[in-house]
Write a protein that binds this ligand. Structure first.
Ligand code: 13P
Length: 252
């Protein structure tokens, strides 16, 4: 067994103004005392990354970007570089979220570039993968996951994997209130770990954290976290209210 420290991440998506975001961050900082046995992270929109990082300074809550470019600077209108994320106080970046893939046409190759950019400039990368409902119904889940892992991690070294987290988010469970059952999630996570073991080696697979995302709530976090291959959660809607996110990070 690897020594994996659970990570709970809140993805704020395209929500929160400066005032809303800072208040939420403040409430989280007040409600969360650092615990050695788990890590907590929030990903606010770029517009308030630096304010939120400022509010969370000295707390045990890390700040992440929701996406990131691969270049340090240049003519990339609309993009944010990994060094800009670090400059704003961010330590990690989410890449390949299904909303980026589905609504903005991001391919595995593009997601891979973003991930390698994040790693090259010292960020932790959270690589999101997950099948659609159609793919699940056609029994293509494992094929899709294995392709997303293989292509998403192309060119990433075993040493860099210490700064990579994989987030399994079945598209059909995102924002739908329809969580994958603990058995479905565990099965997918164990499969993903197997793909990592083949691509790298068993020890890398045992050390890589695999988060579950998709309608994670205070009511289902405890049973999800009891699954042997679920090492944390990537939370959307329930991360936007301090009370529910605090309950989730205090999972038992
Ligand atoms: P929900 O928790 O709202 O289903 O969103 C999950 C998600 O997409 C997190 O990245």
């Amino acid at each position: 067994m690897g020594n994996r420290r659970p990570l709970i991440a809140g993805n704020w998506k395209m929500h929160t103004t400066v005032v809303d975001g800072c208040r939420l961050a403040l409430d989280l900082a007040k409600g969360w005392q650092s615990k050695e046995d788990r890590e907590v992270l929030v990903a606010p929109p770029f517009t308030i990354l630096s304010e939120v990082a400022h509010v969370l300074e000295g707390s045990a809550i890390m700040v992440a970007a929701q996406n990131v470019c691969w270049e340090e600077k240049g003519a990339f209108t609309g993009e944010i570089s990994p060094t800009m994320v670090r400059d704003a106080g961010g330590r990690a970046a989410i890449v390949g979220h299904s909303e980026r893939r589905q609504l903005f046409g991001e391919s595995d190759a593009l997601v891979n570039r973003r991930l390698r950019g994040a790693l090259a400039f010292g960020l932790m990368g959270i690589l999101c993968i997950g099948e659609t409902l159609e793919e699940r119904e056609q029994e293509r889940t494992f094929a899709v996951l294995s392709q997303q892992v293989e292509r998403g991690l192309e060119g990433v070294s075993a040493a860099e994997m210490a700064r990579v987290v994989v987030a399994y988010e079945p598209v059909w469970a995102i924002g739908t209130g329809r969580t994958a059952s603990k058995e479905q999630a565990q099965e997918a996570h164990a499969f993903i770990r197997g793909v990592l073991a083949k691509k790298f080696e068993k020890s890398v697979a045992e050390q890589t954290r695999i988060l579950y995302g998709g309608s994670v709530k205070p009511t289902n976090i405890d049973e999800l976290m009891r699954q042997p291959d679920i090492d944390g959660a990537l939370v959307g809607g329930a991360a936007l209210e301090a009370e529910s996110f605090l309950r989730i990070i205090h999972f038992q």
